[in-house]
Structures are given as structure tokens and as C-alpha cells.
Design a protein around this ligand. Sequence first.
Ligand SMILES: CC(C)(COP(=O)(O)OP(=O)(O)OC[C@H]1O[C@@H](n2cnc3c(N)ncnc32)[C@H](O)[C@@H]1OP(=O)(O)O)[C@@H](O)C(=O)NCCC(=O)NCCS
Length: 306
Amino acid sequence: MIDEILPSPVGTGSTFADYDAALTALYPQEAAAIASARPKRRQEYASVRMCARRAMSELGVPPAPVLSGVRGEPLWPGGIVGSLTHCPGFRAAAVGRSSAFVGIGIDAEPNLPLAEDLLEFISLPQERARVHALTQSSPEVCWDRLLFSAKEAVFKVWFPLAKCELDFTEAVIRIDPGSGTFSARLLVPGPTADGERIEGFDGRWLSRRGILLAAIALRRTTGQGEAGALPRAGGLGRPVDHLADGDPGVLLTHPHRRARSTESMMPSRSPWPNTPEFATTDSTIALACSSTRTSMPGVEGARSNW
Ligand SMILES: CC(C)(COP(=O)(O)OP(=O)(O)OC[C@H]1O[C@@H](n2cnc3c(N)ncnc32)[C@H](O)[C@@H]1OP(=O)(O)O)[C@@H](O)C(=O)NCCC(=O)NCCS
């Protein structure tokens, strides 16, 4: 169902179940990277990588290992951007060609209220007011959790571009319940892409089967541009490239996982199991998300079959 909130041409893979086959199908360097993790973590890591392989296959690119960067970000093969997510009962991956997309961020959460006090931590006053209003009018969606999910999706598209932290209160999200869209306005200077500073992101959300999904696919405005690094704004964000391994400041506030050995060679086989639950999505391309940029406000290439 993640395909329903991503534009074409994005490849997706998702599953509602885990399979032992996912573990044995890991590339050696992925298996090494996750070897010492708890079984539950190993399983989600493996399952979401099978989703990634499926997504790559749908995009027409060869399967490849997906290791993790210093802040936990997925490291995609050259020419590919993408995002992974896993929550209880659901795992998903989305990939696009970097010639078409600057970045992608997806997030899945159970449709359950946030733990007490968490809303206050992750939201701005205007976001809380909106959450409370939406909860009154449409209680079937946990709007606090959806707000959180949208923020996680923002971070996942933000980080590979900006290479620094983005606090929950450094982007203001507005969720539109009727259209299944949301917008994120950055309250700190964004990175540049295709020569334009990114000021925010537009995304899509979906609530189905007890899962909330949020997705952002940031399209290129030119076929030529490359995403640029964020000029450091005084005191805003937090670069991670200077952090020593195990830096407690980051580990305490943003626990993440680290990659290990990458020495093994990539196997030539496709490790994707032939199971219907690992859904392919080539028939359903429903919508587009776009960036909000200085010289290009509004939605770019949005489709309207909603
Ligand atoms: C990184 C983070 C967004 C992951 O979200 P999550 O809901 O905990 O976990 P999910 O299961 O949805 O996603 C996990 C996947 O995110 C991806 N991810 C992790 N760190 C990432 C990063 N820095 N950049 C992009 N993607 C990242 C990984 O692929 C990971 O899966 P893997 O470890 O199996 O490879 C979250 O842990 C975090 O640090 N949040 C704080 C920052 C934030 O959200 N700020 C709000 C800005 S408005």
C-alpha cells in the first residue's frame, strides 16, 4: 500500500509478514552488519531489505546490498535514492533514480495514540491544536501518531541531503485530512537541490489495515542538478560527520544502528522470495509529492486521481 502514496517512477516493496528466507537471503556484508543484533532486529532488518530488493527490481535496477551510514541512513547503490521503514506488522521500501528524485522519505506507524507526553515533545503548539481538532472530528485516525510519522518521513528525506540533525520542532507539519496530503515547512535553512534551497516538503499519507503511512518523494526540477550540502546555520541542526563512533549526544537523543564490515562480495542471485505478501506495486501509481522551493512553490507534477 505504500505505492499508493508515492509517484511514478518510484519502485516499492512491502510486506505484512516476516519470513526466515529473508534472513538467509541477506548479502554477506548485510548479515555481518546485523550479526550481533537481537533476533527481532535482525528479522526486521532482513525483511525490509527484501522489500528494498523488490523495489529495486521494480525500478529495473539490479539488486544490491543496503548498508547503513553513520546516522543509520540507508546507503543505496549509485544513482538510486530511497527510504526504508518498519513497524510492527509492516515493512516497506521505496526507491527512485537520482536523476528523477532528489530524495525519498517513508515512514510507517501503528494507528495507535502516542505515548503520553510524547506529543508535546515532538510537536509545536499549532500542530497540537490541529491534532486535537482532528481527533474530535475524525477519531478513527490517531492524528498525533500521524504527525509523528510525517515528521519521521521528513527526517528521512532531510538527512541524506543535509547531513545534520533536524529536531521535531524545526519543521511545522500541516496535515490535510480530506486530500491525504501533508506539508512540512522547514523552520531552519534547508539544503539546496538543483540550485534551489529547499524550504519544505509535500507528502501523502494513508491510514489502512491499522497502519499509518507517510511518504515524501522530492522530485528534481532539472535533469542536471545534484543535491548540495547544507550550509551550516549557526546553532541549527547538528552535523554528524564529525562525531566519533558512539558519541553519546547522538546516541542518547537519536538511537541508531551502525554498519559493520562491507568486505564481502555481492551475490549475483536475487534473494527475493516468491511470496504474494511481498507485494509488487507496478500497477498502482497514484500520486506525486513535491518539494516546496523558493522559486517553485506549490505542487510539482501532482496527480489528481484521489
Ligand atoms: C531515524 C529515524 C527517523 C527512524 O525512524 P523510526 O520510526 O525510528 O524507524 P523506521 O522503522 O520507520 O525506519 C527505520 C529506517 O530508517 C532509516 N534511517 C535510519 N536513520 C536514517 C537517517 N539518518 N536518514 C534516513 N533514513 C534513516 C533506516 O533505513 C532504518 O532502517 P534500517 O535500520 O533497517 O536500515 C528516527 O529513529 C529518528 O532518529 N528520529 C529523530 C529525528 C526526527 O525524526 N526529527 C524530526 C524532524 S521534523
